[in-house]
Design a protein around this ligand. Sequence first.
Ligand code: SAM
Length: 331
Amino acid sequence: MLLRDKFGRAITDLRISITDRCNYKCVYCRTGNEGALYGDLPFTDYLRMARVLVGMGITKVRLTGGEPLLRNGVVEFVRELAKLRTANQNGDVLDIALTTNGHLLADLAQPLKDAGLTRVTVSMDAVDPDRFARITRVPNGYDHVLTGVRAARRAGLWPLKVNCVLMRGFNEDQIIPFGMFAREEGVTVRFIEFMPLEEGRTWAPSTVVTLDEILARMAEYRPLVEIPHARSETARRYRFDDGVGEIGIIAPVSHPFCGHCSRIRITSDGKIRTCLFSVWDHDLHAQMRRGASDEELEEFIRGVVAKKEERHHIGEPDFVPASRTMVHIGG
Ligand code: SAM
């Protein structure tokens, strides 16, 4: 029986944070002073959680963090996850993806591909090295990340997506340069609206560069044509009029897509979160520690998923900040 919440949404997409440590201090995510708060678990524990969930209809597993490539043994973990491909009850091929800042990707792209990773998304918030350093608060990161992006493409980690969070005052002038980058590098660049999930609590509606603004700015460069997208896809997709280059826009603030949300998350310390903006999480790992069987874990998960929030309340008077910030959830 497929995993469904009480609003009838099928849950098919699992994100596992394998650490809440990160080697970057991006201005829209971290203060630069905080470190890891929750720690991480042995890979065997995440693997058991993934196995149980794949048996319940999960068809896509994305590894995230913190920065997932900081975890020793990530390649072996992907190899073990890939063995779950035969376990899916619906005959779907399990998609195994990774979100990374790309700093350590150059050397790991091919081993990850060989281990069974399907595709990768690299976060990159400027195509200018100085601006990149100002946003990430790490010197010389840009060259590492660009080399990582190219290594991922060579390794066949495809489709290759580059995610750019736009934050007013930092990088809204990077929209057109990223359009050029998408065309030159043959990657899909996806712009993400800044959400109130940062450690510094600096978010305000005025800091969000919205979908409409991104489209208007990009149209000054070249006309865009919208590409039809699946309802559960978070990004609206566009190609340039000459067919060269694709961009996407993920607009959770100005155009929420909660009604089609198919995701749950497991944090690095083994808690289930049913929404990025949840004000509590559910301790799956505690169930394992007390010796729960796989059937008991399934029952626990079904109970948690049933309580999945209908939608987020960003920008509304009753908005309550999430109980964790993005780096400690796993985006
Ligand atoms: N370290 C990895 C990375 O950089 O991709 C994975 C973790 S990071 C938390 C996952 C994604 O969340 C990145 O694409 C990042 O840009 C995005 N993100 C972080 N804080 C955000 C915020 N406040 N609003 C929107 N996206 C955010």
